[in-house]
Design a protein around this ligand. Sequence first.
Ligand SMILES: Nc1ncnc2c1ncn2[C@@H]1O[C@H](COP(=O)(O)OP(=O)(O)OP(=O)(O)O)[C@@H](O)[C@H]1O
Length: 313
Amino acid sequence: MIEAEQLSLSYGAVKAVCDVSFRIARSEIVGLLGHNGAGKTTIMKMLTGYLEPSAGRITIDGFDITRERHEIQRCIGYLPENCPVYPDMSVIDYLDYQASLQGVPSAERAAATRQAIRSTGLEPRAMHSVATLSRGYRQRVGVARAILHKPRIVILDEPTNGLDPSQIQHMRKLIRELAQHATVLLSTHILQEVEAVCTRVLMIRQGRLALDAKLSELDQTHGLQVCVGAPPKRVRAVLAAVGGVERIEETGAEQGRYSYRLQLGESDPAGIACAVGRAMHANGIALYRLQPEIMELEAVFREINEAEEAVHA
Ligand SMILES: Nc1ncnc2c1ncn2[C@@H]1O[C@H](COP(=O)(O)OP(=O)(O)OP(=O)(O)O)[C@@H](O)[C@H]1O
């Protein structure tokens, strides 16, 4: 379990991260999503013990990062944004060397290196020098380095950055495979990346946590779009008797057809949709359209950005 409480960090006058809290349980694949400069790398560096928070607290599996940094680093594998890989070494030598730096006992080093090479699909390139590898393979070497010590938590900073579409597919597959044995936290500024691999999203906006949601929750209906043959006053009177509708917004009117968005409460959206349909029928109002409104991640992302821009305008 990763627990971050009210994390903040400033670089001089720049407030990079401000009051960010979250908890990540075992086996989740969490996407840290945000524009360039949002604060994702800074959060990852704090979680991995490379930067000390100006305020706040991090515990990982009960270890406190300020007091037990080495214990924490033993259970974390980290792919930094620009992973340093030595071009002159062969893949296998580089990983063996990294395993020694990470304290993997010498008797276990060959097996650990072999396993990391197998897990990342690097077998065909194991004897090649790093300098000859494509960016996709080099990124895999970075991931292999991160998992040499079989960490329970894998933190990947922009793992697909700069990869071509087929390399991105390979990396996504690799991330899903890693998640079978570890909790994965990855950062990205690409929404589709989160949709493709993550089970949960932490959206970071100007150093603050703007959204923490499971992707499955985002698929749930929070509103209904309705088009009926009655003007607002009448519709409001009819819907006043329907429980669960919290707000009614007029979204358009054309040729006697009036469109509305109904904001629903937490409970039973399908039941409320039935009640809306029945209420229209009972009051002799023609019903032209009644459909759930699904909040897609893209819409949420846009809404949050627009709301923030309005605040800062
Ligand atoms: N070493 C530093 N010194 C001063 N400011 C920094 C430093 N590192 C980052 N920043 C600033 O802190 C803010 C957050 O940066 P950070 O790298 O954490 O964002 P990010 O979301 O990872 O961005 P990117 O996607 O571009 O990597 C930015 O305004 C950045 O310019």
